[in-house]
Design a binder for this molecule. Structure first.
Ligand code: AMP
Length: 192
C-alpha cells in the first residue's frame, strides 16, 4: 500500500510516517531527509540545493524526482509513505508514472489539516528540542524562513489537494489532534 502524507511544514507528516514505519513495516520516503543527507555529505547535489533549502524554497523537480526514482527501485513489501513529496503538480504526475512503471499505484493521499497559526510555534519547539538534545538544528526552522516555506506550500503544493481530490483518493485527518489520535485516524483510513 503506497500513501502520500500531505500538509504544511510542521503538520506532523514525519512523525506520523515514523509511526507507520514502526507499526506496518512501510518505508518512509522523505525528500527533505534525503536532501538534508545530501547537504551534510557535501555531494555536488547537496551543495547545489543547500541555499535553496535554507531560504525555504523548493528545489527543482528534476532533483527530487531523481531521488524518489532511485528509492522506488529498492522496493518495499509494506509499501511506501511519501512524506514531503510530491510538492508540485509536475512531481505528482511524475510519481504517477513511476508507480505505474513499477506496476503499483497510490492507495490514499492523506491531508493533515492544521491551523496555520499554530505551526510556527511547532517549528520553533522542534528547533529548541533539537538544540537541547544536542542534535543539529535545521537552518530553515526559524520563524523568518517558516513564512517562506508556508508560502511555498500554498503556492506550489496546496494545488495537489484538488488534483488528488479529483482523482478520488484524498482523505483528511485532524492534524491538530494529539499525535496518537492522528495516528488512529490514519490507521482507520488505511484499514477501511
Ligand atoms: P521538509 O523536510 O519536507 O520540510 O523539506 C525541507 C526542504 O527541502 C524544503 O523546504 C525544500 O527546500 C526541500 N524539499 C523537500 N522536499 C521537496 C520536494 N518534494 N520538492 C522540492 N523541494 C523539496
Amino acid at each position: 500500500m503506497n500513501i502520500i502524507l500531505i500538509g504544511p511544514p510542521g503538520a506532523g507528516k514525519g512523525t506520523q510516517a515514523q509511526k507507520l514505519v514502526q507499526s506496518r513495516g512501510m518505508v518512509q520516503l522523505s525528500t527533505g531527509d534525503m536532501l538534508r543527507a545530501a547537504k551534510t555529505s557535501g555531494t555536488e547535489m547537496g551543495k547545489r540545493v543547500a541555499e535553496v533549502m535554507d531560504r525555504g524554497e523548493l528545489v527543482t523537480d528534476e532533483i527530487v524526482i531523481g531521488l524518489i526514482e532511485e528509492k522506488l527501485e529498492e522496493g518495499s513489501a509494506g509499501g511506501f509513505i511519501f512524506d514531503g513529496f510530491p510538492r508540485t503538480l509536475a512531481q505528482a504526475d511524475a510519481l504517477g508514472e513511476l508507480l505505474a512503471r513499477h506496476d503499483t499505484k497510490l492507495h490514499t493521499v492523506i491531508e493533515l489539516v492544521v491551523d496555520d497559526t499554530a505551526l510556527v510555534g511547532r517549528i520553533v519547539k522542534r528547533a529548541e528540542e533539537a538544540k537541547a538534545a544536542g542534535q543539529p538544528v535545521r537552518k530553515d526552522d526559524t520563524p523568518e524562513v517558516f513564512d517562506d516555506r508556508l508560502r511555498a506550500y500554498y503556492k506550489q503544493t496546496a494545488p495537489l489537494l484538488g488534483y488528488y481530490h479529483a482523482k478520488g483518493g484524498l482523505k483528511r485527518v485532524d492534524g491538530m489532534a494529539s499525535m496518537d489520535e492522528v495516528a488512529a485516524q490514519i490507521a482507520a483510513i488505511l484499514d477501511a
